[in-house]
Ligand binder design. Structure first.
Ligand SMILES: *Cc1c(COP(=O)(O)O)cnc(C)c1O
Length: 375
């Protein structure tokens, strides 16, 4: 592929960090502690538990919600299946809601449309690292006595009114999967408040208080409750530490490329050929992705194939959960949640990674322009 969709950033210090880590690969070691410290001091995230994936973090969050049969959790249909699975695994019922066509995020309105007396929580996705409008969502949840969980998989180092995403709800979940901007191949984190931290630590360490033991707070650890093994390995933490040390550079580069796309697409938007990605004033994104929307599914597919012919890899995104075999099994119909379907059919994500140049961005924009019938 001449212009790849995604490429991993490689930090100059990563080889040395991995080599040093191999001296002692026991989990919870130097790099795990350094990484948690970096999140605390450098990113404003005080309580962060590293997990093997964002999926694990969401499962941990849903476990800690203590759902009972019939309890409902509202989440967007335009989403990865992880959050919906986490609700089902915790014994609850996922209720799929629609999104705003501006941001592809849920809003207080689209979520409220799905509230019932059984609503126990909302899982909000910050799509493309652009914050949901949190104030009305938090107010809605507070009023209904529901918890707000942030699926901030794409929103590490992104902000809502300068507050770090993942820290605004009762729980937040990050992803460091290989497709994300800061990555260790597979990885994640749960963010929670001080009151949920002890129970989260116990679940994550096979139901034991081993985390307290490692801190020297007790002289042996024992089985305390239901748990699983959801700890990030130390070599992964070492790699991720070097990525997060470079987060400023990674983010600046990605945001500059997004700004270039945005400037170069302006004439096409004025002509009505497409709609550019929109970032509300309350959101300070991290350059997780850049996308455009087209007027219809066939135009979107035509552009995607035209780019592919020039070896430019552009990607559509989620098949909405309500249109999937599992969603159909849960009773959803084809005509439900029309904005989620429209995003699926007309949104195209463009190449974006730290190896991309401004010339590459120009080339992509020219290819899109030709494909929609421009100059
Ligand atoms: C990437 C992603 C996930 C899954 O993350 P893993 O770390 O692979 O489990 C979940 N939700 C959203 C919104 C994502 O973008």
């Amino acid at each position: 592929m001449a212009i790849a969709f995604h490429e991993r950033y490689s930090a100059p210090t990563e080889q040395a960090a991995i080599a040093a880590c191999l001296q002692n690969i026991a989990s919870g070691g130097f790099y795990t502690r350094a990484l948690c410290g970096l999140f605390r001091t450098g990113f404003g995230v005080p309580n962060l538990l590293l997990t093997p994936s964002c999926t694990h973090a969401l499962e941990l969050a849903c476990h800690l919600l203590h759902l009972h049969q019939g309890d409902e959790v509202v989440l967007p249909s335009y989403n990865f299946p992880s959050a919906a699975n986490a609700v089902l695994l915790a014994g609850g019922t996922p209720v799929l809601c629609d999104i705003s066509p501006d941001t592809q995020n849920i809003t207080a309105q689209t979520a409220a449309n799905c509230f019932t007396p059984r609503t126990r929580a909302v899982i909000a996705v910050h799509y493309a690292g652009v914050a949901c409008e949190m104030e009305p969502l938090l107010a809605l949840c507070e009023q209904a006595g529901a918890a707000l969980v942030e699926d901030a998989a794409q929103a590490v180092n992104a902000f809502y009114e300068n507050k770090p995403l993942g820290t605004l709800g009762r729980f937040g979940a990050y992803s460091f999967h290989s497709t994300k901007s800061y990555t260790c191949g597979e990885g994640g984190a749960l963010i929670c408040g001080a009151s949920d931290l002890p129970a989260a630590e116990i679940f994550r360490e096979k139901g034991t208080n081993r985390t307290r033991y490692l801190r020297g707070e007790c002289d042996r650890y024992t089985w305390q409750g239901v748990g699983s093994s959801a700890v990030l390995s130390e070599p992964a933490a070492a790699l991720l530490f070097t990525q997060m040390q470079s987060a400023g550079e990674i983010t600046a580069k990605r945001l500059a490329l997004c700004a270039a796309y945005n400037a170069l697409f302006e004439p096409l938007e004025r002509r009505g050929a497409l709609r550019r990605m929109f970032v509300p004033a309350y959101a300070q994104p991290n350059g997780h992705s850049y996308y455009v929307r087209f007027a219809g599914a066939s135009l979107c597919e035509r552009v995607r194939l035209a780019l592919l012919e020039q070896e430019i890899d552009a990607k559509t995104h989620y098949v909405p959960l309500h249109l999937s075999p599992m969603g159909q099994g849960l009773g959803y119909g084809e005509s439900d949640l029309p904005e989620s379907r429209a995003a699926f059919e007309t949104l195209l994500r463009l190449p974006l990674h730290t190896g991309l140049t401004l010339q590459d961005v120009e080339q992509v924009v020219q290819a899109v322009s030709r494909a929609v019938g421009g100059a």
